[in-house]
Design a protein around this ligand. Structure first.
Ligand code: DSN
Length: 479
């Protein structure tokens, strides 16, 4: 344990140094802490990293270029970067039981790009080079290269649809993956809201994807990765899991057996900052067959690695290997289930009727609102959430009909099931008392809403009261 004032001293000193150069940045950093302390943060993809993780990022590792991998760099003087990158990878392998870990991706999108290129290189580029009897892309003739380029961009990917909770990096047009792959989606059952594995298998048989992707950012249930792997195998697809949202539940052994993606997938990607509670960043796990291709991530699709963030990943992954992390992961799920039950008891409509993971998706059409109206009304009341599509959403991806809420951050703060019930009461009160607004010409608006400001203030105070027993970063005082 650090000495009692060490964390406070570290952050205060850092701000003093920053303030001497650009006081407005120091002020904004201080204001961000104050805002995070005061708001009921229910964004399912956010968390609070430990002081040790945060401090590991603010140093001279930031100044070092380190393209390449451990022991094989394109720059001299990377011995200390090698130390932290190897440590982060070692912790990741131990934590998840993976044969290989690549800890350079800067984000989840980057981790997915690394994985896509690794699979394409393994399944398209390598056979094409062999056929052309050359070892490198640069040795191909103009005609070979033309053919390869067309083939690399003409593969099929099957992933979960966006409105069922899939992620836009799984082959959707706003992301480069939608241009690299010919994509088809599997949805969820219209009655239960659950993944229908028979339908996934049927789509796989028809579409014959090169990559079958599982993973989600707004699906409130577990996925059976054993069955998904069987489906992938039945059509010769590579099975990829994006566990960005639930990596903490895998690390904490809440998701085991058929629900742990690592033993079942050919390749697994994740972020490190969501339920895993590390620094902002990404990571790829795989078996030995794809390891060499994955390690080509930089410069194939990534800019130079961020050694200061890899240092913080090593710290956070070491924290996740401690026995108390499993308790944290279980409390995240217990809290999400308590929140879901509290909302259901008060009459809210939830997609799939509940949750098995860290998130809950409220169908706010049950309150007569769009997601946009609900998100803003909750924000006015000190409750930070984000709007999200629900399956077959009539309001599209901008206005939406859903509110996604998650418990990783509040659980880190120490809130438990009793506070989740109180949180459900606050959410239900705000949504139940908000009504849709109108445009100036009297037509219904999907964005405007009416909420008594006195009620919003009252709920905001109640949210602050609820949080006051669970101070955020209690060891840190900046003033
Ligand atoms: N932005 C993340 C989320 O909120 O789920 C995923 O990209």
């Amino acid at each position: 344990m650090p000495s009692p004032n060490a964390e406070s001293t570290a952050f205060r000193s850092a701000l003093e140094v920053i303030r001497a150069v650009e006081p407005r940045v120091a002020d904004a950093i201080g204001a961000e802490l104050a805002d995070q302390r005061e708001s009921l943060k229910l964004i399912a993809s956010e968390n609070y990293a430990s002081p040790a993780t945060l401090l590991a990022m603010g140093n001279w590792f930031s100044d070092k270029y380190a393209e390449g991998t451990v022991g094989r760099r394109f720059y001299a003087g990377c011995q200390n970067v090698d130390t932290v990158e190897a440590l982060a990878a070692e912790h990741a392998k131990e934590l998840f039981g993976a044969a290989h870990a690549y800890v350079q991706p800067h984000s989840g999108i980057d981790a997915n790009l690394v994985a896509f290129w690794a699979v394409l290189a393994d399944r398209v580029e390598a056979p094409a080079l062999k056929k052309a009897q050359v070892r490198q892309v640069n040795d191909l003739t103009e005609q070979d290269w033309f053919t390869l380029r067309r083939e690399l961009g003409n593969q099929r990917m099957l992933g979960m649809s966006l409105d069922a909770g899939g992620h836009l990096t799984h082959g959707f047009r706003p992301n480069i993956s939608g241009k690299m792959f010919d994509q088809r989606s599997y949805g969820t059952d219209p009655v239960t809201g659950l993944v229908d594995y028979d339908k996934v298998a049927e789509a796989a048989r028809e579409f014959k994807p090169m990559i079958l992707v599982a993973g989600y950012s707004a699906y409130p249930r577990k996925v059976n990765f054993r069955i998904m792997r069987e489906i992938a195998d039945s059509v010769g697809a590579t099975f990829m899991v994006d566990m960005a949202h639930f990596a903490g539940l895998v690390a904490g052994k809440v998701f085991t057996g058929d629900f742990d993606p690592v033993p079942h997938a050919h390749i697994v990607t994740t972020t490190t900052h969501k339920s895993l509670r590390g620094p902002r960043g990404g990571m790829v796990l795989c078996g030995p067959e794809l390891a060499d291709q994955v390690d080509r991530g930089c410069p194939m699709v990534l800019g130079g690695p961020l050694p200061h963030v890899m240092a913080a990943k090593a710290v956070a992954l070491a924290e996740a290997r401690r026995p108390d992390f499993a308790g944290y992961a279980q409390r995240v799920v217990d809290n999400a289930q308590a929140l879901a039950e509290g909302l259901l008891r008060r009459g809210a409509k939830l997609v799939t009727g509940g949750t098995d993971n860290h998130l809950v998706l409220i169908d706010v059409a049950g309150y007569g609102l769009t997601g946009r109206q609900a998100e803003q009304a909750l924000l006015d009341s000190g409750i930070v959430t984000n709007r999200n599509s629900v399956p077959q959403d009539p309001n599209g991806a901008w206005y939406t009909s859903g509110i996604r809420i998650g418990t990783p951050a509040l659980t880190t703060r120490g809130l438990g099931v009793a506070e989740m019930d109180a949180t459900a009461e606050l959410i239900h009160t705000v949504l139940g008392r908000t009504t849709p607004g109108s445009n100036a010409d009297g037509t219904p608006s999907k964005a405007k809403y009416v909420l008594d400001p006195a009620l919003a203030d009252k709920v905001s105070r109640q949210a602050t009261d609820l949080l006051s027993a669970f101070p955020l970063y209690p060891s840190i005082t900046l003033a």
